[in-house]
Design a protein around this ligand. Structure first.
Ligand SMILES: [Zn+2]
Length: 298
């Protein structure tokens, strides 16, 4: 258990129980082949998701649906007070605060750009975002248009149980840090550059996507390394929780689990090995300049 847990809900927008539903996310289920819609003109334009949405229905049909996971709701409806009570909430809330404090302190030094504080949105089932209507089945994601991170906690935990095994503090926190890595890419202009490059070179759109995702992993590693240096991890071995998570959401692992075969052409996030490699590079270096996934992946 990390010492990153926190009851601070100041950076949380809790929409659970707020009736964010409506089921208007039909377009997401039909993304087959386009799990990363940042290059697509669909309803979720611009969304950067952690996991391929196409695999989720299979996982849900696999027996352990999100609905069967105890929801982490506090029963306080949409009020932000009390949003960070349960173990899972405190894990995610702690990462939301600590990741942002880290980047606020370091982004000017790294990139000459000021950090912009934003929020993690908790929702269940569906919610409206600046990138369109989102459903839980998108997985945790960052919307570059409204600059917010969206997480359905119950669904995320169910998904991680499927892909990684027992969810642990640093597995969850790595995912939060990965999403905030996309916020960094957005703030410093990398996201825009990648979208333009994808439009100019559609044949390599997936490779750009993989590079973007691996860089977010590297940025997550930078933060975890900093947290470790501040004594917030229980032991050096705790890093394995994040490494296991990074491997568990590797495209090859997901494809093997859901399709029974590996199709490298369809990768959008990178292999288990690539994700671990880039996370580790960030962790060891603490330097975003070492996270130049683009020159290596393209
Ligand atoms: Zn991502």
């Amino acid at each position: 258990m990390t010492r990153i847990r926190s009851g601070d809900s100041s950076m949380i927008d809790d929409r659970r129980g707020g009736g964010g539903g409506g089921g208007g996310f039909g377009g997401l289920g039909g993304l087959g082949g386009l799990p990363i819609p940042i290059r697509a003109g669909g309803g979720m334009l611009g969304v950067i998701v952690l996991l391929a949405s196409l695999l989720l229905p299979r996982l849900l049909n696999g027996g352990q649906s999100a609905a069967s996971i105890p929801q982490q709701q506090t029963g306080t409806g949409v009020s932000s007070a009390g949003s960070c009570n349960s173990d899972l909430e405190q894990i995610v809330c702690g990462a939301t605060v600590d990741v942002q404090n880290f980047w606020q302190a370091n982004l000017p030094k790294f990139y000459g750009v000021n950090y912009e504080m934003t929020k993690t949105v908790f929702f269940t089932d569906a919610t409206s975002t600046g990138c369109g209507q989102a459903s839980s089945q998108t997985g945790p994601f960052y919307c570059p248009i409204d600059h917010e991170v969206y997480i359905d906690l119950g669904f995320m935990q169910a998904l991680e149980t499927q892909l990684i095994g027992k969810p642990t503090d640093l597995a969850e926190q790595y995912i939060v840090a990965h999403e905030y890595g996309h916020h960094i890419q957005n703030l410093v202009g990398i996201n825009d550059q990648v979208q333009k490059a994808q439009q100019n070179d559609p044949g390599r759109a997936n490779q750009y996507s993989v590079a973007l995702e691996l860089q977010a992993d590297c940025f997550a590693g930078i933060w975890v390394g900093d947290a470790a240096s501040r004594g917030l991890l229980d032991s050096p071995n705790e890093i394995n929780e994040a490494l296991n998570a990074a491997a568990g959401v590797g495209d090859d692992r997901i494809q093997q689990k859901t399709q029974g075969r590996i199709d490298k052409e369809a990768w959008t996030h990178g292999s288990a090995e690539q994700r671990q490699t880039w996370f580790t590079r960030g962790y060891n270096s603490g330097d975003p300049k070492q996270c130049d996934t683009f020159s290596e992946a393209l």
